[in-house]
Write a protein that binds this ligand. Structure first.
Ligand SMILES: NC(=O)C1=CN([C@@H]2O[C@H](COP(=O)(O)OP(=O)(O)OC[C@H]3O[C@@H](n4cnc5c(N)ncnc54)[C@H](OP(=O)(O)O)[C@@H]3O)[C@@H](O)[C@H]2O)[C@@H](O)CC1
Ligand SMILES: Nc1ncnc2c1ncn2[C@@H]1O[C@H](COP(=O)(O)OP(=O)(O)O)[C@@H](O)[C@H]1O
Ligand SMILES: [K+]
Length: 461
């Protein structure tokens, strides 16, 4: 286990007056009993102490430990190899730190000692944004029972370090009774939505996806999304591309059929029946030429089934926000942070972004995928899902095009839009993790993501 390296060290345990402090006192007792040198520092111990704190304080007193009441003037000096345990505040913190507690946290952050936070780094708020606040910068956080949403937000990255979830045996009926807006998408969750391919099935059972993508100089985006779509289980895939892009597409993805635009370099028009297609993905590499923009408007007006909207299709939407109301219900938007800002506004902290996505998903009856580390999926029914797969090796051009192809391919097979979004994001990240394991995060490319989709246990490990 990662924290085995902390055995046989000296510990300085900082405890607040609540239950988090109580946890710190219990840790102090256990470490003392196992022969470690432990110093305990109490903060505000004269104020309202929780009963957990009192019980653990009494137990600790029976074990030989140094317990020091911290006063505002005396911040302790610690040996460089002492491990600091932060049990000052946990989930009960309901406002930003000030006064001595803020000073103490700033002091700990200035030290070079390793810090282990208990449940939450002190100062981090559970349900509110912590942007710009003072909080412990931990190397490791040992959190109880489940991930806290605060650990999934980019703006909190510098605080929690490596997060370890400790099972404290909370009763399943209690856990089930806790209402939560957010779900974590892990392998177990995915296994509840994945459909097995029946032995007697044929290609007609897995739908026909249409990818509308590419322009002169950006055929790569079209190829990446089409190839990813082919590897997401769809029965048939057609790519609608500008005339000049047909050869590129046919050579790169011979399994896909092509529809050829009347324009040579851009997408401008669809003059065939869209009924045979069971899903449409539009946007990668299409640019924002006038004809392409008008075409998107027409498509939004005419087409009634859910679509996957990405890249330039999103940028066109952000320049014509009235068109958002034309999106067919169940459509899936896949913005990266910049595209999201263009669509729904800048200057939001991470929680505001998430809440706005949930609100817009509800109002427009669509799914919004906020891409990033722990991609967030906002659904029309008010629930939000954080993905657990993926890595920084995916932070490269083309990764998003692959995601569009995957989700379009899954949607084509008859999955509900919510499921297609969740499953697609998970698969994409899982492929990213496989690619990173094979090629490393630095050198892996979007093409390697597609290659890595071809892993038998992609969705079961
Ligand atoms: N199932 C569970 O939940 C389990 C929970 N467990 C543990 O309990 C922890 C939660 O404990 P908790 O509720 O006692 O709150 P905690 O984080 O110790 O802090 C509360 C104290 O902080 C104070 N305070 C608040 N803001 C402040 C400020 N800015 N500056 C100064 N003070 C401030 C607040 O004072 P007040 O707001 O009342 O003035 C109160 O005194 C949780 O993280 C985990 O470790 C596990 O042991 C078992 C399972
Ligand atoms: N640090 C990261 N951790 C996990 N996934 C990431 C990370 N960085 C990027 N990704 C994923 O890679 C994809 C990048 O998409 P995007 O920026 O649209 O790429 P492009 O437009 O170049 O195709 C997203 O799905 C995103 O979630
Ligand atoms: K803490």
């Amino acid at each position: 286990m990662a924290y085995k390296k902390y055995l046989n060290k000296n510990f300085a345990i900082f405890c607040g007056p609540g239950n988090n402090g109580g946890d710190g006192l219990a840790i102090a007792r256990l470490l003392s009993l196992s022969g470690h040198a432990v110093q305990v520092f109490l903060l505000n111990s004269a104020s309202k102490r929780s009963s957990d704190f009192d019980i653990n304080y009494k137990c600790l007193k029976e074990v030989a430990s140094v317990i020091i009441d911290l006063k505002e003037i005396s911040l302790p000096s610690l040996a460089a190899d002492t491990i600091i345990i932060d049990a000052i505040f946990g989930t009960g913190l309901n406002r930003s730190l000030d006064g001595f507690s803020k000073q103490l946290v700033e002091y700990i952050n200035r030290l070079n000692n390793k810090v282990v936070a208990i449940d939450m780094p002190s100062g981090l708020l559970t349900d509110l944004s912590s942007k710009g606040l003072t909080a412990i910068k931990a190397n490791n956080t040992l959190t109880f029972q489940c991930f806290k949403a605060a650990f999934l937000l980019p703006e909190n990255e510098e605080y929690f370090g490596n997060v370890h979830i400790l099972d404290i045996n909370l009763h399943p009926s209690y856990l089930n009774s806790v209402e939560t807006t957010f779900e974590l998408v892990d392998q177990q969750f995915i296994s509840s939505i994945i459909k097995l391919r029946k032995a007697f099935s044929h290609k007609g059972n897995f739908g026909h996806a249409l990818i509308i993508a590419g322009s002169y100089g950006k055929m790569g985006a079209a190829v990446l999304s089409t190839k990813a779509c082919l590897q997401s289980g769809a029965g048939l895939v057609t790519a609608h591309v500008p005339a000049k892009g047909v050869e590129i597409m046919q050579i790169s993805a011979p399994e896909a059929m092509c529809r050829i635009d009347t324009q040579s370099e851009i997408i401008s028009n669809i003059d065939y029946d869209l009924k045979p297609y069971t899903s449409i993905g539009i946007g990668p590499g299409i640019g924002k030429e006038k004809m392409t923009t008008s075409f998107l408007y027409q498509l939004l007006k005419d087409y009634q089934k859910p679509m996957v909207i990405d890249a330039d299709a999103l940028n066109i939407l952000s320049e014509n926000p009235d068109w958002l109301s034309l999106l067919p219900p169940g459509s899936i938007l896949t913005p990266h942070p910049k595209e999201y800002a263009r669509l729904f506004g800048n200057d939001m902290n991470d929680l505001e972004k998430i809440n706005t996505a949930l609100q817009k998903a509800h109002d427009l009856k669509i799914i919004i995928i906020l891409k990033g580390h722990h991609t967030f999926i906002a659904t029309p029914d008010g629930k939000g899902y954080f993905n657990t797969t993926g890595n920084a090796g995916m932070a490269k051009g083309g990764s998003g095009d692959v995601l569009t192809g995957i989700i379009t391919g899954i949607l084509a097979q008859g999955y509900k839009p919510n499921e297609a979004a969740i499953l697609g994001v998970y698969m994409h990240g899982a492929a990213g993790d496989n690619a990173a394991a094979k090629y490393g995060m630095i050198s892996m490319t979007a093409t390697d993501l597609i290659e890595a989709l071809k892993t038998p246990d992609l969705l079961t490990k």
